[in-house]
Ligand binder design. Sequence first.
Ligand SMILES: Nc1ncnc2c1ncn2[C@@H]1O[C@H](COP(=O)(O)OP(=O)(O)OP(=O)(O)O)[C@@H](O)[C@H]1O
Ligand SMILES: O=P(O)(O)OC[C@H]1O[C@H](OP(=O)(O)OP(=O)(O)O)[C@H](O)[C@@H]1O
Ligand SMILES: [Mg+2]
Length: 285
Amino acid sequence: MTKIRIAVQKSGRLNQDSLKILKDCGISIDNGKDQLKATARNFPLEVLYLRNGDIPQYLRDGIVDIAVLGENVLIEKGRDISIVEKLGFSKCRVSLAVPKSTKYNSVKDFEGKRIATSYPNTVLDYLKSKGVTADLHIINGSVEIAPNIGLADGICDIVSSGSTLFKNNLKEVEVILKSEAVLAVSPKISEECTVILEKLQFRIKSVLQARNNKYILLNAPNDKLDEIISILPGMRSPTVLPLAEEGWSSVHTVLNKDTFWEVIDELKEAGAEGILVCPIEKMVI
Ligand SMILES: Nc1ncnc2c1ncn2[C@@H]1O[C@H](COP(=O)(O)OP(=O)(O)OP(=O)(O)O)[C@@H](O)[C@H]1O
Ligand SMILES: O=P(O)(O)OC[C@H]1O[C@H](OP(=O)(O)OP(=O)(O)O)[C@H](O)[C@@H]1O
Ligand SMILES: [Mg+2]
């Protein structure tokens, strides 16, 4: 039987969340200790554990059909590879930073300067688009230390909370790109594997939808129902059921987690009571 091959980061920031999304899709993977390859028990899928930075080449060569990796890595070394799904975790940005004490006006200040980075293509493309030429020092890790040891005038690296920059007395001056974990597909994927990918994508979408939404139930006096319903976005229109107590109804709907608290505040204001918020296991639209 044909199996789709997926690359997942062997260890590091993407590993656990990548496996969690497969698990939430109902796919069980038997993992032996230090195993570099594993097979799913209940889905035609094989997992290869690889370095994030090596994955674009495996996709290009068709060694793996699909992969979970950082979008920033694709921008750096896999612009020819398509993304089929953004997965919503490992959100970060790739930015230029300089020592706090450096006076900074614009990206032109990098002209002729030394920049330490693990993302040379990303930096070069960005600087080129701004008409700036700089001298790159390519290093694979601990990039933020470079200005402090005299290796560079600035850096380009991943920033998330900003604490690594802060600890190294650096300030973020330009955001080159924003990134998150993505599902990417090999240009060499077969037709049979494309069919399996479609099934997997359908499950992933349901999982992501569920993660992004909450199910809410509330009680409302009937004379406030119209106002309360007008506040609710919902999948279609909310479900309204009569309560045992005369003059009251129970309203059920789905709320997006981004607007969740604002909507709850408005609902309370409009007279909603006994608001219950429940996680959604899967959401098929
Ligand atoms: N601080 C961070 N916050 C959020 N996401 C991050 C952060 N650092 C890295 N990432 C994202 O996670 C991905 C993997 O980062 P990680 O540091 O685990 O691996 P790596 O050292 O870049 O790769 P490799 O697997 O090749 O060793 C990055 O490509 C980026 O997309
Ligand atoms: O803005 P922050 O939240 O501080 O995150 C940014 C840091 O996280 C990443 O390093 P990581 O911890 O993955 O170490 P690594 O360099 O060994 O990959 C990245 O290379 C930055 O150094
Ligand atoms: Mg890292």
